[in-house]
Design a protein around this ligand. Structure first.
Ligand SMILES: Nc1ncnc2c1ncn2[C@@H]1O[C@H](COP(=O)(O)OP(=O)(O)OP(=O)(O)O)[C@@H](O)[C@H]1O
Ligand SMILES: [Mg+2]
Length: 280
Protein backbone atom coordinates (compact mmCIF):
# COMPACT_ATOMS: atom_id res chain seq x y z
CA UNK A 1 0.00 0.00 0.00
CA UNK A 2 1.20 3.49 -0.86
CA UNK A 3 -0.13 6.42 1.15
CA UNK A 4 0.41 10.07 0.29
CA UNK A 5 -0.81 12.68 2.72
CA UNK A 6 -0.73 16.38 1.81
CA UNK A 7 2.39 15.73 -0.21
CA UNK A 8 3.86 18.99 -1.44
CA UNK A 9 6.99 19.92 -3.37
CA UNK A 10 8.11 23.44 -4.04
CA UNK A 11 10.93 24.53 -6.29
CA UNK A 12 11.55 28.13 -5.21
CA UNK A 13 8.14 29.74 -5.36
CA UNK A 14 6.80 27.22 -7.90
CA UNK A 15 4.61 24.48 -6.44
CA UNK A 16 5.22 21.31 -8.47
CA UNK A 17 3.06 19.07 -6.27
CA UNK A 18 0.35 20.65 -4.18
CA UNK A 19 -1.15 18.93 -1.11
CA UNK A 20 -1.54 15.58 -2.83
CA UNK A 21 -3.46 13.04 -0.76
CA UNK A 22 -4.23 9.57 -2.08
CA UNK A 23 -3.93 5.89 -1.24
CA UNK A 24 -2.95 3.17 -3.67
CA UNK A 25 -3.98 -0.31 -2.61
CA UNK A 26 -1.74 -3.35 -2.75
CA UNK A 27 -2.10 -5.11 -6.10
CA UNK A 28 -3.41 -2.09 -7.99
CA UNK A 29 -2.10 -0.79 -11.28
CA UNK A 30 -2.51 2.90 -10.67
CA UNK A 31 -2.00 5.66 -13.22
CA UNK A 32 -0.86 9.26 -12.74
CA UNK A 33 -2.08 11.39 -15.64
CA UNK A 34 -1.63 15.03 -16.40
CA UNK A 35 -0.29 17.52 -18.92
CA UNK A 36 3.42 18.39 -19.15
CA UNK A 37 4.59 19.90 -15.91
CA UNK A 38 1.62 18.57 -13.89
CA UNK A 39 3.94 17.11 -11.27
CA UNK A 40 3.91 13.41 -12.18
CA UNK A 41 7.68 12.88 -12.25
CA UNK A 42 8.15 14.99 -9.14
CA UNK A 43 5.61 12.79 -7.33
CA UNK A 44 7.40 9.61 -8.44
CA UNK A 45 10.74 11.11 -7.44
CA UNK A 46 9.46 11.84 -3.95
CA UNK A 47 7.97 8.35 -3.62
CA UNK A 48 11.26 6.78 -4.70
CA UNK A 49 13.33 9.05 -2.45
CA UNK A 50 15.16 10.81 -5.26
CA UNK A 51 13.92 14.15 -4.01
CA UNK A 52 12.66 15.32 -0.62
CA UNK A 53 9.10 16.57 -0.15
CA UNK A 54 8.75 20.15 1.06
CA UNK A 55 5.96 18.92 3.35
CA UNK A 56 3.53 16.07 3.80
CA UNK A 57 3.90 12.36 4.47
CA UNK A 58 4.60 9.20 2.48
CA UNK A 59 4.09 5.65 3.70
CA UNK A 60 4.96 2.61 1.62
CA UNK A 61 3.72 -0.74 2.96
CA UNK A 62 3.12 1.05 6.25
CA UNK A 63 6.69 2.36 6.48
CA UNK A 64 7.09 6.09 6.92
CA UNK A 65 9.60 7.91 4.69
CA UNK A 66 12.35 9.04 4.87
CA UNK A 67 12.79 7.33 8.24
CA UNK A 68 12.64 3.84 6.74
CA UNK A 69 14.56 4.64 3.58
CA UNK A 70 16.68 1.47 3.53
CA UNK A 71 13.76 -0.89 4.12
CA UNK A 72 11.61 0.87 1.54
CA UNK A 73 14.40 0.83 -1.07
CA UNK A 74 14.34 -2.96 -0.87
CA UNK A 75 10.57 -2.99 -1.43
CA UNK A 76 10.45 -0.80 -4.52
CA UNK A 77 11.65 -0.94 -8.11
CA UNK A 78 11.99 2.16 -10.27
CA UNK A 79 11.97 2.72 -14.03
CA UNK A 80 12.72 6.43 -14.50
CA UNK A 81 11.43 8.63 -17.33
CA UNK A 82 14.87 8.94 -18.91
CA UNK A 83 17.33 6.15 -19.73
CA UNK A 84 19.93 5.62 -17.07
CA UNK A 85 21.53 2.34 -18.13
CA UNK A 86 25.26 2.11 -18.55
CA UNK A 87 25.67 2.06 -22.32
CA UNK A 88 29.20 0.67 -22.22
CA UNK A 89 28.14 -2.40 -20.25
CA UNK A 90 26.27 -5.44 -21.50
CA UNK A 91 22.67 -6.15 -20.48
CA UNK A 92 23.85 -8.75 -17.99
CA UNK A 93 26.51 -6.46 -16.51
CA UNK A 94 23.94 -3.70 -15.98
CA UNK A 95 21.81 -6.13 -14.00
CA UNK A 96 24.81 -7.46 -12.08
CA UNK A 97 25.66 -3.97 -10.96
CA UNK A 98 22.13 -3.47 -9.67
CA UNK A 99 22.18 -6.86 -7.89
CA UNK A 100 25.40 -5.91 -6.15
CA UNK A 101 23.95 -2.60 -5.00
CA UNK A 102 21.09 -4.60 -3.47
CA UNK A 103 23.51 -7.03 -1.79
CA UNK A 104 22.12 -10.06 -3.58
CA UNK A 105 24.21 -13.24 -3.31
CA UNK A 106 26.05 -14.28 -6.47
CA UNK A 107 23.93 -17.41 -6.90
CA UNK A 108 20.64 -15.60 -6.39
CA UNK A 109 21.75 -12.76 -8.64
CA UNK A 110 22.74 -15.05 -11.49
CA UNK A 111 19.55 -17.05 -11.28
CA UNK A 112 17.39 -13.95 -11.17
CA UNK A 113 19.25 -12.24 -14.02
CA UNK A 114 18.76 -15.23 -16.27
CA UNK A 115 15.07 -15.52 -15.39
CA UNK A 116 14.40 -11.81 -15.89
CA UNK A 117 16.26 -11.45 -19.16
CA UNK A 118 14.11 -14.31 -20.34
CA UNK A 119 10.98 -12.67 -18.89
CA UNK A 120 11.54 -9.45 -20.83
CA UNK A 121 12.58 -11.36 -23.95
CA UNK A 122 16.22 -10.31 -24.00
CA UNK A 123 17.91 -13.62 -23.20
CA UNK A 124 19.61 -13.72 -26.59
CA UNK A 125 21.02 -10.23 -26.04
CA UNK A 126 22.48 -10.81 -22.54
CA UNK A 127 26.06 -10.33 -23.65
CA UNK A 128 25.46 -7.38 -25.97
CA UNK A 129 26.38 -3.85 -25.05
CA UNK A 130 23.39 -1.64 -24.29
CA UNK A 131 24.55 0.83 -26.99
CA UNK A 132 23.40 -1.72 -29.55
CA UNK A 133 19.83 -1.85 -28.14
CA UNK A 134 16.71 -0.21 -29.53
CA UNK A 135 14.57 2.08 -27.35
CA UNK A 136 12.08 -0.69 -26.60
CA UNK A 137 14.86 -3.11 -25.64
CA UNK A 138 16.41 -0.55 -23.32
CA UNK A 139 13.04 0.04 -21.68
CA UNK A 140 12.57 -3.71 -21.18
CA UNK A 141 16.04 -4.00 -19.70
CA UNK A 142 15.23 -1.17 -17.29
CA UNK A 143 12.13 -3.08 -16.21
CA UNK A 144 14.16 -6.25 -15.68
CA UNK A 145 16.62 -4.26 -13.60
CA UNK A 146 13.84 -2.71 -11.51
CA UNK A 147 12.45 -6.19 -10.75
CA UNK A 148 15.76 -7.89 -9.99
CA UNK A 149 15.66 -7.55 -6.19
CA UNK A 150 12.02 -8.77 -6.02
CA UNK A 151 10.26 -5.50 -5.18
CA UNK A 152 6.60 -5.41 -4.16
CA UNK A 153 5.95 -2.04 -5.75
CA UNK A 154 7.06 -0.94 -9.20
CA UNK A 155 7.21 2.70 -10.29
CA UNK A 156 7.15 3.33 -14.05
CA UNK A 157 7.56 6.90 -15.29
CA UNK A 158 6.30 7.10 -18.90
CA UNK A 159 7.20 3.47 -19.62
CA UNK A 160 6.22 3.46 -23.29
CA UNK A 161 7.05 6.94 -24.51
CA UNK A 162 8.66 6.88 -27.95
CA UNK A 163 7.88 3.23 -28.58
CA UNK A 164 5.99 1.99 -31.61
CA UNK A 165 2.44 0.69 -31.02
CA UNK A 166 3.48 -2.95 -31.27
CA UNK A 167 6.27 -2.68 -28.70
CA UNK A 168 3.98 -0.59 -26.51
CA UNK A 169 1.40 -3.38 -26.51
CA UNK A 170 4.04 -5.94 -25.58
CA UNK A 171 5.07 -3.78 -22.67
CA UNK A 172 1.43 -3.52 -21.59
CA UNK A 173 1.25 -7.33 -21.59
CA UNK A 174 4.38 -7.41 -19.47
CA UNK A 175 2.98 -4.89 -16.97
CA UNK A 176 -0.30 -6.80 -16.79
CA UNK A 177 1.52 -10.07 -16.20
CA UNK A 178 3.66 -8.55 -13.41
CA UNK A 179 0.54 -7.14 -11.81
CA UNK A 180 -1.21 -10.53 -11.97
CA UNK A 181 1.80 -11.99 -10.21
CA UNK A 182 1.12 -9.67 -7.28
CA UNK A 183 3.12 -6.54 -8.00
CA UNK A 184 1.63 -3.14 -7.19
CA UNK A 185 2.31 -0.81 -10.12
CA UNK A 186 2.29 2.97 -10.18
CA UNK A 187 2.80 4.43 -13.62
CA UNK A 188 2.66 7.81 -15.26
CA UNK A 189 1.56 8.16 -18.84
CA UNK A 190 0.52 10.55 -21.58
CA UNK A 191 -1.19 7.76 -23.45
CA UNK A 192 -4.81 7.71 -22.41
CA UNK A 193 -5.25 4.36 -24.10
CA UNK A 194 -2.49 2.99 -21.89
CA UNK A 195 -4.27 4.15 -18.75
CA UNK A 196 -7.59 2.73 -19.96
CA UNK A 197 -5.97 -0.62 -20.72
CA UNK A 198 -3.86 -1.04 -17.64
CA UNK A 199 -5.08 1.01 -14.72
CA UNK A 200 -7.63 0.01 -12.11
CA UNK A 201 -7.70 3.67 -11.07
CA UNK A 202 -6.17 6.90 -12.25
CA UNK A 203 -5.38 10.23 -10.66
CA UNK A 204 -5.46 13.25 -12.94
CA UNK A 205 -3.07 15.99 -11.86
CA UNK A 206 -3.06 19.54 -13.12
CA UNK A 207 -0.56 22.13 -11.91
CA UNK A 208 0.39 19.81 -9.05
CA UNK A 209 -3.19 19.40 -7.83
CA UNK A 210 -5.34 16.30 -7.81
CA UNK A 211 -8.37 17.08 -9.94
CA UNK A 212 -9.88 13.61 -10.41
CA UNK A 213 -9.46 10.18 -8.88
CA UNK A 214 -11.37 7.06 -9.89
CA UNK A 215 -11.45 4.12 -12.29
CA UNK A 216 -11.33 5.13 -15.98
CA UNK A 217 -14.86 3.72 -16.38
CA UNK A 218 -16.30 5.65 -13.46
CA UNK A 219 -14.70 8.89 -14.67
CA UNK A 220 -16.30 8.41 -18.10
CA UNK A 221 -19.64 7.56 -16.52
CA UNK A 222 -19.55 10.72 -14.45
CA UNK A 223 -18.98 12.79 -17.56
CA UNK A 224 -21.69 10.93 -19.47
CA UNK A 225 -21.06 7.67 -21.30
CA UNK A 226 -22.10 9.08 -24.67
CA UNK A 227 -20.82 12.11 -26.46
CA UNK A 228 -22.36 14.01 -29.34
CA UNK A 229 -19.89 15.96 -31.47
CA UNK A 230 -20.75 18.48 -34.16
CA UNK A 231 -18.90 21.15 -36.11
CA UNK A 232 -19.49 24.80 -35.31
CA UNK A 233 -17.33 27.12 -37.41
CA UNK A 234 -13.71 26.04 -36.93
CA UNK A 235 -14.49 24.22 -33.71
CA UNK A 236 -15.84 20.82 -32.82
CA UNK A 237 -18.40 21.09 -30.07
CA UNK A 238 -19.17 18.23 -27.70
CA UNK A 239 -21.92 17.42 -25.27
CA UNK A 240 -22.17 14.45 -22.92
CA UNK A 241 -25.16 12.26 -22.11
CA UNK A 242 -25.83 9.39 -19.76
CA UNK A 243 -27.90 7.40 -22.27
CA UNK A 244 -27.62 6.80 -26.00
CA UNK A 245 -31.29 7.75 -26.56
CA UNK A 246 -30.77 11.18 -25.01
CA UNK A 247 -27.66 11.67 -27.14
CA UNK A 248 -29.52 10.58 -30.29
CA UNK A 249 -32.45 12.86 -29.59
CA UNK A 250 -30.11 15.83 -29.02
CA UNK A 251 -28.16 15.02 -32.21
CA UNK A 252 -31.44 14.79 -34.12
CA UNK A 253 -32.32 18.37 -33.23
CA UNK A 254 -29.04 19.80 -34.51
CA UNK A 255 -29.02 21.59 -37.85
CA UNK A 256 -25.71 19.92 -38.81
CA UNK A 257 -24.63 16.29 -39.01
CA UNK A 258 -23.33 15.07 -35.66
CA UNK A 259 -21.53 11.95 -34.50
CA UNK A 260 -22.37 9.92 -31.42
CA UNK A 261 -19.69 7.83 -29.71
CA UNK A 262 -18.71 6.43 -26.31
CA UNK A 263 -16.85 8.88 -24.10
CA UNK A 264 -13.30 7.98 -23.10
CA UNK A 265 -10.61 9.06 -20.67
CA UNK A 266 -9.32 11.56 -23.21
CA UNK A 267 -12.68 13.37 -22.98
CA UNK A 268 -12.44 13.39 -19.19
CA UNK A 269 -8.95 14.79 -19.43
CA UNK A 270 -9.90 17.53 -21.89
CA UNK A 271 -13.00 18.51 -19.91
CA UNK A 272 -11.04 18.74 -16.68
CA UNK A 273 -7.81 20.33 -17.82
CA UNK A 274 -8.94 22.11 -20.98
CA UNK A 275 -6.04 20.48 -22.78
CA UNK A 276 -5.39 17.53 -25.01
CA UNK A 277 -2.85 14.98 -23.92
CA UNK A 278 0.49 15.53 -25.61
CA UNK A 279 1.55 12.49 -27.55
CA UNK A 280 -1.82 10.74 -27.40
N1 LIG B 1 14.67 20.15 -10.43
C1 LIG B 1 13.73 21.06 -10.65
N2 LIG B 1 13.95 22.38 -10.40
C2 LIG B 1 13.00 23.32 -10.61
N3 LIG B 1 11.76 23.04 -11.06
C3 LIG B 1 11.47 21.76 -11.32
C4 LIG B 1 12.43 20.69 -11.14
N4 LIG B 1 11.83 19.53 -11.49
C5 LIG B 1 10.59 19.83 -11.87
N5 LIG B 1 10.36 21.16 -11.77
C6 LIG B 1 9.09 21.86 -12.08
O1 LIG B 1 8.04 21.17 -11.42
C7 LIG B 1 6.88 21.11 -12.24
C8 LIG B 1 6.46 19.65 -12.42
O2 LIG B 1 7.43 18.97 -13.19
P1 LIG B 1 7.39 17.40 -13.43
O3 LIG B 1 8.63 17.00 -14.10
O4 LIG B 1 7.03 16.73 -12.16
O5 LIG B 1 6.13 17.28 -14.43
P2 LIG B 1 5.56 16.03 -15.22
O6 LIG B 1 4.12 15.94 -14.88
O7 LIG B 1 6.40 14.83 -14.98
O8 LIG B 1 5.71 16.53 -16.73
P3 LIG B 1 6.07 15.73 -18.09
O9 LIG B 1 4.75 15.22 -18.58
O10 LIG B 1 6.60 16.81 -18.97
O11 LIG B 1 7.06 14.65 -17.78
C9 LIG B 1 7.24 21.83 -13.54
O12 LIG B 1 6.75 23.14 -13.44
C10 LIG B 1 8.76 21.82 -13.56
O13 LIG B 1 9.26 22.94 -14.22
MG1 LIG C 1 7.51 13.60 -16.19
Amino acid sequence: MIELENLTKQFGNRTAVDQLTLTIARGETFGLLGPNGAGKTTTIRMLTMLTKPTSGHIRIEGLLLPKNEKKVKALIGVVPQFFNLDNELTAKENLELHGRLHHMSVADRNERIEALLDYVDLADRSYDQVTTFSGGMKRRLMIARALLHRPQVLFLDEPTVGLDPQVRRRLWDLVRRMNEEGLTVLLTTHYIEEAEHLCSRVAILDKGRLIALDSPKALCRRLGRFVVEWPEGEETKARFFAAREEAASFAGQLAVAATIRHSNLEDVFVELTGRRVAGA
